[in-house]
Unconditional design. Structure first.
Length: 271
């Protein structure tokens, strides 16, 4: 019994090792994996933001040109930075004075083109080649008729054929509210009669006869005037009969500058 107690007393007592001697577990803590993923994602995010905010110069120029063609020059940004594009102020929708002038000029141009086109059709259908011409240039539109079509020699009485053609021309002109000038011209052969002491009276009387007929057939008298130029505005030589025949003419003239001034005057009256 005594031996048993002594053996039990001599048995060694096992104690846990000190904390510093305990074996460390292998690998990093589990939270490090999540933290590493977060840092990697943040780095990718900021790299992407930097790349998006840095635009190459050539690419930006191409973008500007593309926007100019699609939106107009005044609506395209001219500069950019990392915070965004610096945009110019969008112009007002109210048309400027220059735009209004351009629109008015385009409208006048279109109307005069239609007049010239219709008169040319009239010439073709009535076989009036050489007697009536219609042309348009920078100064406006001109309808030219020879005296052989309109008048007897040395007179201002309109012939039957001339009346027929002028009625058709009046139908075309009556649609326009633009000022038109009727200009009479003669050759350089002197005339001396009781009714027409000189070519001044003859050219003015011929222009006035055409004006009266046009007004009688629908042209507004407020938009028409008669002018006589005698022999001083020739379009050909007066040394030949053919040249003198070309110079004896009546012109119906739509002067673009005169029309524009009329519109400016109306605008001032309205204001």
């Amino acid at each position: 019994m005594a031996e048993k107690d002594s053996s039990e007393a001599e048995a060694p007592v096992l104690k846990p090792p000190p904390a510093e001697e305990q074996e460390c577990p292998g690998g990093a803590p589990e939270w490090m994996a999540t933290f590493s993923d977060l840092v990697t994602l943040l780095m990718c995010f900021f790299v992407l933001m930097y790349a998006m905010s840095t635009t190459q110069q050539e690419t930006f120029k191409e973008l500007v040109e593309s926007l100019r063609s699609a939106l107009g020059v005044s609506a395209v940004p001219e500069a950019g930075n990392r915070e965004g594009l610096t945009m110019h102020a969008v112009p007002s929708e109210t048309p400027t004075e220059a735009q209004q002038v351009d629109e008015m000029g385009g409208l006048i141009q279109k109307d005069l083109e239609e007049v010239v086109s219709e008169v040319r059709e009239l010439v073709m259908f009535n076989k009036l080649g050489g007697l009536v011409t219609a042309s348009q240039g920078d100064m406006g539109a001109v309808i030219t008729m020879t005296d052989m079509l309109l008048f007897t020699k040395g007179g201002a009485q309109i012939s039957e054929m001339g009346e027929e053609i002028l009625r058709k021309i009046a139908f075309i002109l009556a649609r326009l509210a633009y000022h038109v000038k009727v200009k009479g011209h003669t050759d350089n052969l002197e005339i001396n009669s009781d009714m027409y002491p000189s070519n001044w009276e003859l050219s003015s009387a011929r222009a006035s006869s055409v004006v009266r007929l046009l007004v009688e057939n629908g042209v507004n008298p407020k938009y028409i005037s008669a002018e006589g130029y005698s022999q001083y505005k020739p379009v050909a030589t007066n040394d030949t009969e053919e040249g003198r025949a070309r110079n004896r003419r009546v012109e119906i003239v739509y002067d673009r500058d005169t029309i524009a001034r009329d519109f400016e005057g109306l605008d001032k009256i309205k204001k």
